[in-house]
Design a protein around this ligand. Structure first.
Ligand code: CTP
Length: 400
């Protein structure tokens, strides 16, 4: 999919710069036209000769060529690019990008770029974990840049943790997939619920669950990359959505999630109910913190929360598709089928909870059961691939 695409490969000064050579090779082999822009310190790690030989273009680093007076136009470059990929992106480059510190050609080009921008951070684990880096990465995300998150592993310092640059093959895959995605959800609004809900007991305590939101967020990103207009109604989670095209509505309780879902479902083509909604909430929320010494062991009386999926199922039109999730520990298929009927779903995704699949982990093993009882079993996969299987199934239903 990258054939003929114009890619700016931005390289900043980190040890991972040597991996940029492999990334450049992958882009060139795929038929992309690559212009390397390197920071002055990037050249300490990798030579422009290698990069220009492989890209077939002179490497750009300085604003001016001193002996000829010719200058490089970052504005033209920014307009030329179909994508800008900054790998490695050091803490310093990320900070400059986040704050518009335009003191080198890479940053001026970034600030002029009209294309999607992909950023692969690379630094030592303490720098990566530092609040300033976290904030700067969040800022880049909020500008709509695609962050290719750092995987955990051994770093150049021999310390083990997050901070190393993602492997070139994976960075290539992410960029390629961005262009490869068939826009089969273009013009369609998809509503997704994700994460847990928190039900207040008093101002400092709540009833919640272990849902991380990872599955719902992966589905939202998959739908957005396929052209959908995505609204993600999310309970409290610690993850961030990596796709700026997704509109995120943050909620806390099941009641808040229900209100947002009812409002957003009205003009949605599909809804995917991924949230682990608390079935019960305290009937009374204590106005002040419940004190240990002032009373005997308190009894918390619960009331039923609304069943959000069932509520939407009751008002669903023929053209709307409603997808549920089921997390079962016993009689899984029978329970899932019962939920399809009770909630008027078009299909349900049955989740398996094991040490490697389900809550809090990055993998999931699912089965999809249709309203007519047809069941498809899938193997254990990373959640972003599971998201693709689910969205493929959804698209099949839409086409029918
Ligand atoms: N769901 C919902 N609102 C609720 C409870 C569940 O929208 N109050 C949705 C979930 O997001 C999921 C599906 O319904 O898509 C099934 O959730 P689950 O918790 O398995 O179903 P329950 O109806 O709560 O049944 P039980 O907990 O008894 O298994």
């Amino acid at each position: 999919m990258l054939k003929g695409k114009h890619i700016i490969l931005g390289i900043s000064g980190g040890i991972a710069a040597y991996k940029s050579v492999s990334l450049l090779r992958l882009f060139v082999k795929a038929g992309a036209d690559v212009q390397v822009v390197i920071t002055p310190s990037g050249k300490e790690f990798i030579t422009p000769v290698t990069l220009s030989a492989l890209s077939g273009r002179p490497v750009i680093s300085e604003f001016f060529t001193a002996n000829t007076g010719s200058w490089n136009s970052h504005v033209d470059l920014g307009l030329w690019a179909d994508a800008m990929v900054i790998a490695p992106a050091t803490a310093s480059t990320i900070a400059k990008m986040a704050n518009g510190v335009a003191d080198n050609m890479l940053i001026t080009t970034y600030l002029s770029a009209k294309s999607p921008v992909f950023v692969a951070p690379a630094m030592d684990l303490d720098m990566f974990a530092h609040p300033s880096t976290r904030r700067n990465i969040d800022l880049l995300r909020s500008y709509g840049n695609h962050i290719i998150d750092s995987p955990a592993g051994e770093l150049a310092s021999h310390l083990v943790g997050k901070g190393r640059m993602e492997e070139p093959e994976r960075i290539f895959e992410v960029v390629d997939a961005f262009f490869d995605k068939e826009q089969d959800l273009k013009g369609r609004k998809v509503m997704i619920t994700a994460g847990p809900t928190y039900e207040k007991i008093d101002p400092v305590r709540f009833i919640g669950n272990y849902s991380s939101g990872k599955m719902g967020y992966a589905i939202a990103e998959e739908c957005a990359s396929r052209g959908a207009d995505v609204v993600l109604i999310s309970g409290p989670v610690s993850i961030k959505c990596n796709d700026s095209r997704v509109r995120v509505i943050g909620v806390e309780s099941a009641t808040e999630m229900n209100e947002a879902a009812q409002r957003e479902f009205a003009d949605s083509r599909c809804a995917i109910m991924c949230a682990a909604v608390a079935d019960y909430a305290p009937a009374q929320v204590a106005a002040a913190k419940i004190k240990r010494e002032k009373q005997d062991v308190p009894t918390i009386v619960l009331k039923k929360n609304p069943d959000i999926a069932a509520g939407l199922g009751a008002v669903k039109s023929d053209s709307q598709i409603l997808v549920g999730f089921a997390l079962e520990t016993d009689n899984a298929t029978a329970n899932a089928v019962e939920k399809i009927e009770r909630k008027n779903l078009d299909f349900i995704v049955l989740n398996t909870v094991t040490a490697n699949s389900g809550f809090q982990v990055d993998n999931n093993q699912i089965s999809i059961i249709d309203a007519d009882g047809k069941k498809n079993d899938y193997s254990l996969k990373p959640k972003r691939e599971v998201a693709k299987d689910i969205v493929d199934h959804l698209v099949e239903k839409i086409k029918k």
